[in-house]
Design a protein around this ligand. Sequence first.
Ligand code: SF4
Length: 364
Amino acid sequence: MKHLAEYRDADTARRLAAEIGRIATRPWAIMEVCGGQTHSIIRNGVDQLLPPEVELIHGPGCPVCVTPLETIDRGLAVAAKPGVIFCSFGDMLRVPGSRENLFTVKGRGADVRVVYSPLDAVKLARENPGREVVFLAIGFETTAPANAMAVKLAKQQGLTNFSMLVSHVLVPPAIEAIMRSPGNRVNAFLAAGHVCSVMGTWQYPPLAERFRVPIVVTGFEPLDLLEGIRRTVAQLQEGRHSVENAYARVVSERGNEPAQTVIAEVFEPVDRAWRGIGVIPGSGWRLSEAYRDFDAEVRFAVGDVTAEESPLCRSGEVLRGTLKPNQCPAFGKECTPRTPLGATMVSSEGACAAYFHFGRFAGP
Ligand code: SF4
């Protein structure tokens, strides 16, 4: 805890907040891209420490939340097939598809298993040669290296009963889509430290330059976030728009180059639909041609499964930062963590779930 406590010191937090209050003379809207940061902001009340000039907008960076409904429904269709062992991280099990979720499919007898690493799924495939083992591979750039390694390992070991349902999404195209979206009011971004630990910061200067928007890489502890906000506000006040790394204990400019190499070998860019937002060009990865045999969507022919969102759910606006969760009419009524209408209420990193769990039923 020693190394966490130093990033949670209340006196330092108050000093940083006071410094932000001193330098902010105009209204600024800053988007934290990552759902983990959103959760930390709400849990620690970071937004409530800020001066009224500084508004935090919660972005689309929760991977569970933005996984398209079609992918969930395709996963459900694959999981229900006889002989399949369907593997997923635990937070995907309650994510609602059009009509049900992985828990309900499991309740009907499907073999759905929670794993803690994609390598666990590869091991299951090795141990069960008569079964098809499928791993649901979702997430941002952060989880892509382990998923890429798992497919590479399966190929090296000659496993023909392992496949992945892939729905990776990428941060830079999402920032571009937000900046181009009608009604956008984001003045600056807090970029996600864990994504940048893999990919580095080198992808961001062209975006900062093109949209004249400051981008500050931050971590997840309260002091990381406040320091990121302080640097962002300082740039805005001074009319600057550069990329700064406020998470240097983890992130370098080049990032993890061996991880980037294995990602480039196993995955290739693709236009990806984001739940509640729509298709963002070049915003995802799918398995490259050399690894296409491991694509569960192809193997199980579920590519034509389509889906419809609940008409009550406004998570698209939440994910674009144009609506606060507690401004959604269904928030806390038809939609709760027990009865989620959208993925932003079911995921632990979802903005709607964070507002519900930490009692933000009204106000900003
Ligand atoms: S509160 Fe529920 S219905 Fe409203 S946007 Fe969030 S997930 Fe969707």
